[in-house]
Design a binder for this molecule. Sequence first.
Ligand code: GTQ
Length: 350
Amino acid sequence: MSVAPLGTLNDLPKDYVAALSDLSLAPLWPSLRDVLPHDMPSRATRPHVWRYGAIRPNLLRAGELTPIEKAERRVLVLCNPGLGLERLIATPTIYAGLQLILPGETAEAHRHTPSAIRFVIEGDGGYTVVNGEKCPMEKGDLILTPSGSWHEHWHAGKNPVVWLDALDLPVIYALEHSYVVDGARQTIKNGADRSMTHYRRAGLVPYSVLGKRREDYPLMRFPWREVRAALVDMASGCGPREPVHLAYVNPQTGGECLPILGFSAQMLRPGEEVRPPRRSCSSIMHVIEGRGVSQIDGVTLHWDESDTIAVPTHADVSHRNMGERPAFVFHVDDAPLHRKLGVYEEHERL
Ligand code: GTQ
């Protein structure tokens, strides 16, 4: 391993540096350590908690200030304080925002190159139509809108509906491939969505699926009622040190549901502290129920229901349930992308 410090720009004659920039060239060695630091990546992303209690009144105010027609999507974006407000990102790969839709409003149909998910925070009567499939939105439900799928949001209830949006937009934007196409109102094809009909239980798929090429996106909605019950049942069959953690998967392939971002739900038993290995992927954690505290790279973050937390890459993480009842959290990470790229890592804690 080289120990000599690398040359800097100041070591070079000014006319030489100027000649290089005229040619759109740069010497690597003054910047090499910025892009390839030893042993650990440099990370601008900060551990951070966005508190729902602070966001909610501002989101409702957006409902008064900006009619839906003027917003297209009425969203307050969770901007990681280490990454700046302009980039609209929670972590290097994850866009996250809280979207408000008021009774009677519609967020019109469109489709875009980034994939998105909705994770419902509050309100009844909202629904998203994905490629003609009507997906009800109840608290804790996960709804997918994969890249290129038509989607529109409706509200037939009486109170504001709020959900967390997560998109792989930062990745698709970095590819200079992010764009949207507007569409006409979709015709609804279903009564109940496929989570209630064709994919009612884990381990069962429509017989006609066998022997066919697997569909990329057979299931668009994962009802929280089912996921919560599955976590509670898993806890009853788990040793106390086994994490109660379930991944959302494509029921035809058993693989992750979307190509770039991955989704999972975790139950923290009362008093439980989980200390996962350091992972190369970044993530956000959204609190569905309960309260607790996380240590992320030495930063202490207290959390309550509906708060959202940013976890940088390679972070040392622990989460502790501080309540008397089980806590439930939802994770979004970019592990599917890391795995596809062959760069996924897990490390011992520091
Ligand atoms: O609901 O389709 O937060 O297109 C950002 C872009 C939500 C949406 C966002 C979008 C949407």
